[in-house]
Write a protein that binds this ligand. Structure first.
Ligand SMILES: [Zn+2]
Length: 337
């Protein structure tokens, strides 16, 4: 399959183990050059925009884009981002219409799509992003493909706990004010808060303990909080339950109803289960959707338990073939609408 061969060529660029094409590296440039060549082979009109994003246009000028990104996390997988670009080239070539885009720097904060939105003069009318699920939902539902309802919003902040330092040997348990014990109770509460809200997740990934001696009762603890939910109401509910003051807040990005329906119809037409699910990860489609571009995402089932950002990331040739069929059909329908 040509798509898998091309994914192998992109995967080989960083020299392994895993895909190594971080934003701004010669490896990201090499991936863009390779994809640009494939776009030319497909007969597309290739240009690089002022922010380094690569766009290949079919001769029929319909303002519908497909695509994704070519940068990776260090030691990343074969499919994240790259699949959307390679499959996008295939879809535009087959449909003979629309454009395929490879955005820069998605993994470090959607640099390329944010820059495009900030310029504002060259936004497409619609954007379809094909991407691996990076989770286990489709595999558990026995479904090759899924349609994303929204890109979850997230909030980040910190909670601080103050106690009283003391000698670990001479301070009786009844006389302690241990900041880390208070933090531990709070972390369990954060888990329970997220469990109580459908589709919500919350993570404490960083802990600073002071003074930080093994024989000193902790006096001061800071914990990081990353909270995510599929819509604004649930995100606010989660934040309130945790009691954190967010220092960073990215609102959820609902995806376009009309485009979602087209993707679902094309999935059903092939006798496949029509699954809808939110995306817990951020994507370029979320940036475009937030800027008012009609956007939708088609997820391809992730195998190996849904692992991603790892060389173990895997999707099957059969599922990818179905995804390209659905993307091509959707592109054709949008172009003639
Ligand atoms: Zn990605």
């Amino acid at each position: 399959m040509r798509i898998l061969e091309r994914l192998d060529q992109l995967y080989a660029i960083g020299g392994g183990p895993g895909a190594n094409r971080p934003h701004g590296s010669p490896e990201e440039d090499a991936a863009h050059a390779l994809a640009g060549g494939w776009m030319e082979e497909a007969g597309l009109d290739v240009m690089v925009d002022p922010d380094g994003n690569l766009v290949g246009r079919a001769s029929e000028r319909v303002d519908v884009w497909v695509g994704s990104h070519l940068d990776t996390v260090p030691h990343g997988g074969r499919f994240d981002g790259a699949l959307g670009v390679v499959a996008g080239i295939e879809a535009v070539e087959r449909a003979g219409t629309g454009s395929v885009v490879a955005f820069r720097g998605e993994e470090v904060g959607c640099i390329g799509s944010r820059a495009l939105v900030a310029r504002g003069d060259a936004l497409p009318a619609a954007f379809l992003e094909l991407h691996v699920e990076q989770g286990p939902v489709l595999a558990e539902a026995d479904a090759p493909l899924g349609v994303v309802t929204s890109i979850v919003g997230y909030a980040r902040g910190e909670l601080v706990f103050d106690g009283r330092a003391g000698h670990a040997g001479t301070t009786p348990m009844s006389a302690r004010d241990d900041a880390l014990v208070a933090a531990a109770e709070s972390i369990l509460g954060i888990r329970d808060s997220a469990r109580g809200i459908e589709g919500a997740v919350a993570t404490v990934g960083k802990l600073t303990v002071e003074p930080g001696g093994s024989n000193v009762i902790p006096a001061h603890v800071r914990i990081s909080v990353d909270a995510r939910a599929p819509d604004g109401a649930r995100l606010e509910e989660l934040i309130a339950a945790i009691g954190v003051e967010p220092v960073h807040w990215t609102p959820p990005a609902p995806l376009a109803e009309g485009l979602r329906r087209v993707l679902l119809e094309e999935i059903e037409r092939r006798g496949l289960p029509a699954i809808e699910l939110p995306s817990g990860a951020g994507h370029d489609a979320g940036i475009l959707a937030a800027a008012g571009v009609e956007s939708a995402m088609l997820f391809v089932r992730s195998l190996n338990g849904g692992v991603s950002h790892s060389p173990d990331e895997l999707s099957s040739e059969e599922d990818i073939a179905l995804a390209v069929e659905v993307l091509t059909a959707a592109l054709g329908r949008l172009a003639s609408a």
